[in-house]
Design a protein around this ligand. Structure first.
Ligand code: PRX
Length: 638
């Protein structure tokens, strides 16, 4: 029996969520969501139908309702007399600080909305955002939401090529970027990647540039505009227009099983309802007193839902930090928690494992007594890391919420509720009230306790993706074709003897490296785009710190020879094509790849090699000698 941690009576007594939520949602799920939508958000026009699932799998939530997301995240808090409350404590990596109240945020977002309008952006136009973790990222997202111009945030660590393909897929007409951002004490430039991404034929007509690092950047007068020239002088008055509940709010690209990233798109009313509800219930948010901090980047879904939309819809006060946890020293995060009295802290297992490796004395040197709830997201958290987080960071008193969800789900789906659930190290445990999931076998038969299978969501949920941008067929095919009427998440899961869920990782060709989703096919196509590569196969191998690591097996072209330089060059080539996060940890040059008779690469066998294991069953290989050839080749060349 795994050990459990029941909530303390004091915590339970003050908790936002109660066990009654489960009963309420089980009695009438749609009524439960309708109540959340009406209580947590301000609607310009009430909805007349909670869910329209008649055109499944295309959902409409809160049909007929109209609202403005930016008004909900900003203006209404000011109107309610909370304008002086700090929305964002910004901490720049070099040590600069900026506190932004809700009243200031309202002025900044209004100015940005007016500036975007002056640059030609209208409702429905797409805006690409390629920014570091600075307040302007949040301000731009909210300005877009205000205008009804869907944003497409591209993580600043992605390459120019990755940015170009995302801009083209969404046909974005404007890019908002910065000269650069600070990363490990140096200015890391962003503008040159934008210049490359929009050169030649491009839908982009304007590039709006925030001055952050004061670096020298190339300038095109006909296209580039400084933020301080157009935003700072714009009017700080802007009247938000109400948008339809199903109006697209944003597109966010994520890796799938093919080489082409998918533009996951989310809409307005349902997305905001579920992000606000989950942010409040899962983190036990007491907006008047809590100081919340999520360490994600706005370039990922976690940043969208739990830095921008959920916390601001709830009127929370939060910390936003620009840099890495080890800059200028390994105690930076803990110092920030102590300085601002952070009470709710949300981070990823890979970061927890890294801090664990650095040693207990580093967090122990800071005063972490303000913390009261800890969260984890992005990959399964191993029980050892969970216990360390609980004991060393949480002082043994903070409930840990291990939150399972995806870019596609938009908001948290499976998690304990603090104050209600007795938490269990390593398990995400139970679907939230209002969410229905199952673990099924290959024939969609629901499995019972003690069994492992595939995770599916059995009922539509408010913040579900509404599709893949421009490709409704791929949406149906990817998520709804494996099992009739069930959403296929792509994750394996087990139900333990208590019925608690344990997530077992991806069952498809998607890897999870440091909580970032990468597709094997995308990296393979980056590798074969190099002139010296004939063929490539990529697998995710278990890695103690990053969860999984990218391992590539490469066959060189006849004329190319293997040198240490060629491996380095190939690693850099992947970084250039996709971004540094996709750089293989290891590239093995091989003479052959293991394939089935139908020509499919058997990644399972390559994973055995990458993880230094005895190679498994090779009987379905077209040429059963291939694995010997690979093994021998690797031992002689290393
Ligand atoms: O495999 C699951 C894993 O991350 C995938 C979703 O990745 P992404 O869309 O980038 O969103 C990450 C942040 C929400 C899932 O299919 N994953 C996410 N959270 C957990 C997790 N696996 C286990 N436990 C989690 N708490």
């Amino acid at each position: 029996m795994p050990e459990t941690f029941p909530p303390s009576p004091e915590f339970a007594a003050q908790a936002v969520a109660g066990a009654a939520l489960y009963d309420e949602a089980a009695t009438d799920r749609e009524a439960f969501w309708a109540r959340q939508a009406r209580e947590l958000l301000s609607w310009d026009q009430d909805f007349h139908q909670t869910l329209d699932w008649s055109d499944a799998p295309f959902a409409e939530w809160f049909v007929g309702g109209r609202l403005n997301v930016s008004y909900n995240c900003v203006d209404r808090h000011v109107l309610a007399g909370r304008g002086d409350k700090v929305a964002i404590h910004f901490v720049g990596e070099p040590g600069d600080r900026r506190d932004i109240t809700y009243a200031e945020l309202q002025r900044e977002v209004s100015k940005a909305a007016n500036a975007l309008t002056s640059l030609g952006i209208r409702k429905g136009d797409r805006v690409a955002i390629y920014l570091p973790m600075i307040p302007e990222a949040v301000i731009t997202m909210l300005a877009c939401a205000r205008l009804g111009a869907p944003h497409s945030v591209v993580f600043g660590g992605f390459s120019a090529d990755a940015l170009r393909s995302r801009i083209e897929d969404a046909q974005a007409s404007l890019v908002v970027t910065a000269d650069g951002g600070y990363r490990r004490s140096t200015a890391s430039l962003l503008k040159p990647a934008v210049d490359a991404a929009v050169s030649g034929d491009s839908p982009v007509s304007k590039v709006l540039v925030v001055r952050r690092t004061k670096s020298d950047v190339a300038w095109d007068d006909s296209r580039d505009v400084w933020w301080h020239d157009v935003v700072d002088g714009a009017s700080d008055q802007h009247t938000p227009e109400a948008h339809d509940s199903e109006h697209p709010l944003f597109i966010l690209y994520t890796s799938g099983t093919t080489g082409k990233p998918k533009g996951i798109f989310h809409t307005t009313g349902g997305y905001l309802t579920q992000t606000a509800y989950t942010h409040k219930a899962v983190f036990d948010l007491h907006a008047d007193t809590d100081v919340y901090w999520c360490t994600a980047d706005v370039g990922w879904i976690t940043g969208h839902s739990y830095i921008v939309y959920g916390p601001l819809a709830n009127g929370a006060t939060q910390v936003i930090y620009e840099g890495t946890p080890d800059s200028p020293h390994r105690g930076r995060w803990w110092d920030i928690i102590a300085e601002y009295g952070v009470t709710i802290f949300y981070t990823a297992p890979t970061a927890i494992r890294t801090c664990m490796k650095w040693g207990d004395d580093i967090p122990a040197a800071a005063d972490l007594s303000s913390l009261r709830v800890l969260g984890s997201v992005g990959e399964p958290i191993n029980p050892e890391a969970w216990r360390w987080y609980h004991r060393v960071v949480g002082g043994g008193r903070c409930p840990i919420v291990d939150t399972w969800w995806q870019t596609e789900t938009g908001a948290i789906m499976i998690s304990p509720l603090p104050g209600v659930t007795a938490t269990k190290p390593g398990s995400a445990q139970v679907p939230l009230p209002g969410i229905n999931v199952a673990v099924v076998d290959d024939e969609a038969k629901p499995l019972g306790n003690g069994e492992s299978g595939l995770l599916v969501v059995t009922e539509p949920w408010p913040s579900m993706l509404r599709g893949i941008w421009g490709d409704p067929e791929r949406y149906r095919e990817t998520y709804w074709s494996r099992f009739e009427g069930l959403y296929f998440a792509g994750d394996g899961a087990k139900k333990d003897e208590d019925g608690d869920l344990w997530l077992l990782g991806r069952v498809d060709d998607v890897m999870n490296v440091s909580g970032h989703r990468l597709s094997t096919a995308e990296i393979e196509s980056a590798l074969v785009s190099h002139p010296s590569v004939a063929e490539a196969a990529v697998v995710g191998a278990t890695d103690e710190t990053t969860g999984q690591a990218v391992c590539a097996f490469v066959i060189l072209r006849g004329t190319a020879t293997e040198t240490a330089d060629s491996v380095t060059e190939l690693r850099n080539h992947v970084a250039k094509e996709i971004g540094p996060i996709a750089k293989p940890r290891q590239i093995m040059i091989v003479a052959e790849l293991p394939k089935t008779r139908s020509g499919k690469i058997m990644r399972r066998l390559l994973r055995d090699i990458a993880e230094n294991r005895e190679v498994g069953d090779t009987s379905t290989l077209a040429d059963t000698n291939v694995m010997n050839l690979i093994r021998t080749g690797l031992t002689t060349s290393s």
